[in-house]
Design a protein around this ligand. Sequence first.
Ligand code: ZN
Length: 317
Amino acid sequence: MKKHVVGIDIGGTKLATVVADNSGKILSKVRRPTFADKGSEYAIQLLFEMVDETITKANLKQEAISGIGVSCGGPLDTKTGIVYSPPNLPGWDAFPLKTRLETEFQIPATIENDANASALAEYRFGGGRGYNTVLYMTMSTGIGGGIVINGQIFHGANDSAGEVGHQILLPNGPLCGCGKHGCLEAICSGPAIARRAKEAIQKQSNTTILALADGHIETVKSEHVLAAARQGDALALKLIDETAYYMGWGIANLVNILNPDIVLLGTIAIAAGDLLLQPIRKTVSDFAMARPAEAVKIMPAQLGESLGDLATIALVV
Ligand SMILES: [Zn+2]
């Protein structure tokens, strides 16, 4: 009986493969560095070996596997399974990932961008369980997102739905990685929080943020801002409030459009907890329309470190 699945997580620094049973329980894992500079052919050969090794480690044969779920940085086409030059994977230009895996293993493969796969994992196994309309937003090096409606990822016309971080809030604001100015991501991602902190410290150096970063302004990160805010540092608290204001503004726009049951926020929001979530909730209730604002819960995502593995599995169980 085919009661097991394979999951493949392709990141810019790490490749991970897992085997799970059909309830999502992970039975074996293999991890290797991506060596992104070696390109797609190197990576696919390595993945073939890793998948075999993971199946063997789970004491299974390939015949026991019903599907392969792949979470990868976008852009990609979920229908054809072609990956188009993700920024963290140089040399993956129009790479036929789905076809290569299906040809090698003779097992159907499902390819999905990592934010969408994460949203589905939160819906299946995490904070989104039991809700019909789930919006998941990452909050780390970028601000990505995934929308799950009635158990299905909402893809849009060409797999571009859920780019929640590239809504423009400040047209004359900071330059974003996408080439536009003032996107939510350019204001509230981890690097953007660090950049705002550095700018603020240059004007006002009386802050514990600097001491937490060993006295070097160049090494200031969003974690230092959070730690300083927890100690009651005024500048750090101002930076957190500002972050919550823009996050809340962006989420309020999405709440009006999608009317979600729940918005789940990842990474930085998990680390910050109510320090960030409470002022975000306040801004959402100020900015969103009353009815959708009343319905929505804004919560930290739940899957933490297992998210990457479960994101791949959620696609095929
Ligand atoms: Zn942008």
